[in-house]
Design a protein around this ligand. Structure first.
Ligand code: A2P
Length: 340
């Protein structure tokens, strides 16, 4: 029997995540029959490489999805809101990296290590949502703990790299750092304050409850992916002057007692996780080690001595890869292998 192959579109192909999506399709040896690379009118005339060939970047329009089987979207929320339904109507299944569709009850929100079965619900709208980068790496570690011990409450603080904001933010951190070490004034364009040599407790918009949208994404998306609306979650999300790789301090209160050793062993055999936890040798998860690969690194696993059933851990992952592009391509692989 001949192997199935797919016509694949990447919307936002010139962006930080879109670029990585193209690379991940290559690395995963995804069965691409043809590829269409889409971006804004600004990118007309650009070419990007796929499997050694130079491919023209086309302007994303309503006609872009005719004949396409799968579209990976990472071109911002408003683009997804407008074009994902158009793509779906053309018979092209959308895997969307924006937050536009994540909390839609008819759109599955999928992390393949956690809830791959949810992909089946793509038929409702023809759209599958890729979760927020910080949520993805956290739920990969929470799922085995929830299954084994039941999670009652999660308290998370994030240390998020600028690449999560996109290409312009990567340039901003670079330019500000270079300016400052040369005693020049640092220009601020992307963030409301200087990011170089600073930490911003502000990611995405502020909401009426005093939290940011990013913080509430972690709360609501985690409950949806773990299929448990009763988990109590509170988050503080912080942008830090790191180029690639998000880190998180995660405190988990479980329903049933568990020791740090048990959690370490559980996570060591869980899919998508590498336990890096040898404090005596200064070994713990680092953003610089997480960047450029697909595993979620978990370490500093220790008992929370302030409550009966509590665990603390430190989680790091590549926000552009597992937090976005890799997760989207993994979803596309499930779709291609089992549903299309
Ligand atoms: P372009 O490069 O033409 O602006 P990042 O998150 O790294 O900033 O990337 C955003 C991606 O989304 C880019 O590929 C960008 O294309 C694309 N994009 C932004 N706005 C639109 C739009 N209105 N239509 C199509 N693509 C868009």
């Amino acid at each position: 029997m001949s192997k199935k192959t797919f016509n694949v579109a990447v919307a936002g192909a010139t962006g930080a995540v879109g670029n990585q999506m193209i690379a991940c399709l290559e690395e995963a040896d995804f069965p691409v029959k043809s590829i269409r690379l889409l971006a804004s009118a600004r990118s007309i005339g650009r070419k990007l490489r796929f499997r050694g060939d130079l491919v023209d970047v086309e302007q994303l329009t309503e006609k872009s999805f005719t004949g396409m089987d799968i579209a990976l979207f990472s071109a911002g929320g408003s683009t997804s809101e407008q074009f994902a339904p158009i793509a779906a109507k053309a018979g092209c299944v959308v895997v969307d990296n924006s937050s536009a569709w994540r909390m839609d009850a008819q759109v599955p929100l999928v992390v393949p290590e956690v809830n791959p079965h949810a992909v089946a619900q793509y038929t409702q709208k023809g759209i599958i949502a890729n979760p927020n980068c910080s949520t993805i790496q956290m739920v990969v570690a929470l799922k085995p703990i929830h299954r084994q011990y039941g999670i009652r409450r999660v308290v998370v603080s994030t240390y998020q790299s600028v690449s999560g904001t996109g290409k312009k933010a990567i340039e901003e951190l670079f330019n500000q750092t270079r300016a400052m070490i040369n005693f020049l004034e640092a220009e601020t364009r992307v963030y409301p304050h200087r990011i170089a040599f600073n930490c911003l407790p502000h990611i995405d918009k502020f909401l009426d409850n005093g939290y940011t949208k990013e913080e509430m994404k972690m709360v609501n998306e985690t409950r949806k992916i773990l299929e448990d609306p009763d988990i109590a979650i509170t988050a503080t999300t912080v942008r830090v002057p790191v180029f690639f790789g998000h880190s998180e301090a995660v405190n988990v209160e479980t329903r049933h007692a568990c020791s740090a050793d048990e959690v370490r062993a559980l996570l060591a055999s869980a899919p998508g996780i590498k336990v890096v936890d040898d404090p005596a040798c200064n070994r713990y998860p680092l953003a610089i080690d997480a960047a450029g690969q697909d595993l979620t690194l978990v370490g500093r696993i220790r008992q929370d001595e302030s409550i009966p059933n509590g665990i603390n851990m430190w989680i790091a992952a590549d926000n552009i890869r597992k937090g976005a592009a890799t997760n989207a391509v993994q979803i596309a692989q499930i779709l291609g292998e089992h549903y299309l």
